[in-house]
Design a protein around this ligand. Structure first.
Ligand SMILES: Cc1cc2nc3c(=O)[nH]c(=O)nc-3n(C[C@H](O)[C@H](O)[C@H](O)COP(=O)(O)O)c2cc1C
Length: 325
């Protein structure tokens, strides 16, 4: 199948799916200030999309899940991340994602959230490889390239069993978050395991692209990780917090405070316009991340945290900037 995966540079650098962070508003910032080679949505419930169909005959554009899936041309290639353990619902959701014009589907097989695992999804998939294979096949039936994002194992590293099981379902790419489910994000990512993951791909499934993920701070770090491990690509998540310029090669300290705060204002207005059903408090993690690393940052953050909408946040930022001028 001809897909965007075949025309990426090597190594390539992609934005991670981050629930309540890489929403449509933040992805627009990325597209403007530092475009990743591939952009990921947050994870979206395939079952939720499927059940929405029962309520409304046509997909309801106002539905929160559909709003999560809104994207602009500037984000391409853009991949929608879905989760489900049910092949029928996954097939439906992948078709919907194809109809919406996405370039690819990514399947979440690494999320450690108990609520997701109780549904047999996320990391729980590592314990049910046959289900994982059925869900990959179902997603592929929609015609888009299908990738998988997972971890190195559940309670312990089990790449020797888990990766060949995934490769048997022939995904276009596999992203390995280099920790087990049990480790959550509590230990440093095991980048030394990426070489092993790449060697397993070389032995089993040459056509599958391998991406490494975990604790990568910036593009210099990503290039080094790719060179050391042989990974085709590197995925970066938390490194983007407060730094939508990351994929343009900037470290978080490279951008002047004023530009960061202007980007935060843009993000807040975008969030309100594009995700009106979500609580403004979700933006607090962005406020913390953008308003940091300068004298007086703590005082400014305390002031900005009181804002309850984008207009209030903008006013508080402009006042702070005027006072410090
Ligand atoms: C706030 C937050 C939300 C996340 N949401 C998702 C998600 O929706 N889907 C997913 O596969 N991983 C999710 N992750 C995991 C990240 O994609 C990534 O694997 C992890 O943060 C390690 O990479 P990093 O060190 O570059 O951040 C999330 C992580 C964080 C911190």
């Amino acid at each position: 199948m001809q897909s965007f995966w075949n025309s990426l540079p090597r190594p390539f650098f992609v934005s991670a799916p981050l629930a309540d962070v890489t929403d449509p508003a933040f992805r627009r910032l990325l597209a403007t200030y530092g475009k990743p080679d591939v952009t990921w949505t947050e994870f979206v419930s395939a079952d939720g999309l499927y059940h929405m169909r029962e309520k409304a005959k046509i997909p309801d554009k106002e539905n929160p899940l559909m709003r999560d899936l809104a994207f602009t041309e500037a984000e391409r290639p853009v991949v929608a991340q879905l989760f489900s353990r049910d092949p029928e619902m996954m097939a439906y959701a992948a078709r919907l994602v194809a109809d919406l014009g996405f370039d690819g589907v990514d399947l979440n097989m690494g999320c450690p959230d108990r609520a997701i695992e109780r549904q047999g999804c996320g990391s729980a998939m590592i314990k049910t490889p046959a289900t994982a294979q059925a869900v990959i096949a179902a997603a592929k039936s929609a015609g888009l390239p299908v990738s998988v994002k997972t971890r190195v194992g559940y309670n312990k590293e089990s790449l020797d069993e888990w990766l060949p099981a995934l490769f048997a379902a022939a995904p276009a790419a596999v992203t390995v978050h280099l920790r087990t489910r049990k480790e959550l994000s509590l230990v440093p990512a095991h980048w030394e395991l990426m070489q092993k993951a790449v060697a397993l791909r070389d032995a089993h499934a040459l056509s599958v692209l391998m991406l490494g993920n975990g604790d990568v701070a910036d593009l210099d770090d990503a290039r080094k990780r790719a060179a050391e491990s042989g990974a085709d690509g590197v995925m970066i998540g938390r490194g983007m917090f407060g730094n939508p310029w990351l994929f343009a090669g900037r470290k978080s300290t490279d951008t002047p405070l004023k530009d960061k705060l202007e980007a935060l204002i843009e993000l807040a207005h975008g969030f309100e316009a594009l995700r009106p059903q979500k609580h403004f408090a979700i933006l607090k993690k962005h406020i913390k991340a953008f308003a940091t690393g300068f004298d007086g940052a703590a005082e400014m953050r305390a002031r900005l945290m009181d804002a309850e909408n984008a207009a209030e946040l903008e006013a508080a930022i402009r006042q702070s900037l005027a006072e410090s001028a």
